[in-house]
Design a protein around this ligand. Structure first.
Ligand code: RB5
Length: 146
């Protein structure tokens, strides 16, 4: 599985840890930046990861900023993206099972790193349930066509 990852300066340290964690597990990680702790603008990285997923360069995306809020809003502006801001493993699990989320977002200033890594692992190992949830996800995607 190919994972696109991106963060702003606030999420940079967590991005590096998540990247290493995923590479050790055998995932291919596509790093869309940022590449230092110098102050940058989170929408740039949310869009870059969103486009990588929407255009098929990556299977899933992970975006990290201070709260996870701004970068998830930015990623969700890319057509085809369903970015889920998660603060615990239950939310990560349900974002996959019910919402077929293709981008995970979290806040480096909100979560401890061990909690964040647990969320990442659940997000990447949980399948979409389909069924009645497929109809609802399709209704979400229809909004993009209006
Ligand atoms: C950066 O200071 C901060 O605003 C950003 O990381 C994020 O939390 C925005 O939603």
């Amino acid at each position: 599985m190919r994972i696109a990852i991106g963060s702003d300066h606030a999420g940079f340290d967590y991005k590096e840890i998540v990247k290493k964690h995923l590479q050790e597990k055998g995932f291919e990680v596509i790093d869309k930046g940022t590449f230092s702790k110098e102050s940058v603008d989170y929408p740039v990285y949310g869009e870059a990861v969103g486009r990588a997923v929407a255009e098929g360069e990556a299977d899933r995306g992970i975006v990290i900023c201070g709260t996870g809020i701004g970068i998830s809003i930015a990623a969700n502006k890319v057509k085809g993206v369903r970015a889920a801001l998660c603060t615990n493993e239950y939310m990560a699990r349900m974002s996959r099972k019910h919402n077929n989320a293709n981008v995970l977002s979290f806040g480096a200033r909100v979560l401890g790193i061990d909690v964040a890594l647990g969320i990442v692992d659940v997000f990447l190992s949980t399948d979409f349930e389909g069924g009645r949830h497929e109809r609802r996800v399709n209704l979400i995607m229809d909004i993009e066509k209006k």
